[in-house]
Design a protein around this ligand. Structure first.
Ligand code: AMP
Length: 332
């Protein structure tokens, strides 16, 4: 039997190159190799309190972009998280067995608290528990994610194992972060520091739906510096980030060419950025076309969401039934 893959994207905005290279890029191959569940994490997005209108629009965006990345709704299961209430039920059970200390120590929680000290809600604290429920509900063993999610996967294993021990079973298998290359990716942003992300500001991320002119403008404005002052100088973070971006979107020859220019102090950042922007445009163009096409088709989106919810619930209901029985719920 094929192993099960689960992958989710928060519906807090459009998909960017970080999402693409971190998680989405190999979906087409994955859906042939594994039993795949792809979902839009709209419950997770509630931690930031979107308005009802924004919530729906964002879910639609991600659904369209997921489909544009090549997911085949017949071959895999694509669904919206809130259409599967069994996930929320499993989250509740797992919460009984997740401890304040370990949740508070999670790096992403600490980052979020630092970024938004006025909105430290319980949903944010228990975010890794909901993520564990997302994965365990289908008893998945493989989760395609970027480097930023490694710690959450470890927590998902902890919560699954704890459940198993508490109920004296081997019910949940251990899920692991998965990438075909065995290395988890971290795509940097354009602002000179940290990763590309939906909450790091519009200019930091290149979106799959950005038109070529927008991509050129964003990349030309990316943070750089006055250039190297010595041969073979180590690269400061903003420059290293641009090279790391080139590594994901450009050919090995192009990268080597600009590395050599940098090392010889002959690099012109204008040319370097132009090349980077053009390679990003080549990567995103086919997806952008499909996004524009699929976004027009309301009937198709409705049918995909309905069909996906049915398939996802079938798997989730089976798990919840077994989990309830392990916990000891019995009907009178
Ligand atoms: P999010 O946008 O935070 O919901 O993340 C959805 C998926 O994209 C997760 O698998 C993340 O690991 C991945 N991801 C998000 N940002 C990046 C990034 N900058 N580099 C690599 N992977 C990322």
């Amino acid at each position: 039997m094929k192993e099960t893959v689960v992958s989710g994207i928060r519906s807090t905005g459009k998909l960017h190159l970080g999402n693409y290279y971190g998680a989405v890029k190999n979906f087409v191959q994955m859906q042939n190799d594994y039993n795949c569940y792809f979902f839009i994490a709209d419950l997770h997005s509630l931690t930031t309190h979107p308005t009802p209108a924004d919530l729906h629009g964002n879910i639609r965006h991600v659904l369209v972009e997921y489909l544009a990345s090549g997911i085949d709704p017949e071959n895999s299961t694509i669904y919206i998280q809130s259409d599967v209430p069994e996930i929320a039920e499993l989250y509740l059970y797992l919460n009984m067995n997740a401890y304040m200390g370990e949740l508070e120590r999670s790096t992403s929680f600490k980052d979020k608290v630092r970024a938004n000290p006025d909105n430290v809600n319980a949903g944010l604290l228990t975010y890794p528990v909901l993520m564990a429920a997302d994965i365990l509900i289908h008893k998945a063993t493989k989760v395609p994610v970027g480097k930023d999610q490694e710690q959450h996967l470890e927590m998902a294993r902890t919560f699954g194992n704890r459940f198993n021990r508490l109920y004296n079973s081997e019910y949940f298998p251990e899920p692991y972060a998965f990438s075909y290359s065995d290395k988890l990716v971290k795509v940097p942003g354009l602002d000179g520091k940290g990763k590309m992300g939906k909450s790091e500001g519009e200019a930091n991320a290149v979106y799959l739906s950005d038109d070529p002119e927008t991509i050129r403008k964003k990349v030309m404005k990316a943070v750089s510096d006055g250039g190297p002052t010595e041969e073979n100088q180590p690269k400061p973070e903003p420059i290293q980030n641009l090279f790391d971006l080139m590594k994901v979107v450009s050919s090995a020859d192009t990268l080597a060419h600009f590395e050599e220019l940098y090392n010889k102090m002959q690099i012109r950042y204008g040319d370097f950025k132009k090349q980077l922007a053009e390679d990003m445009i080549i990567t995103t163009a086919p997806m952008r076309e499909r996004i524009l096409e699929i976004a027009k088709d309301d009937a198709y989106l409705r049918q995909v969401a309905k069909h996906g919810a049915l398939k996802a619930r079938e798997s989730a209901q089976k798990t919840i039934k077994e989990v309830r029985s392990l916990i000891g719920f019995k009907s009178f």
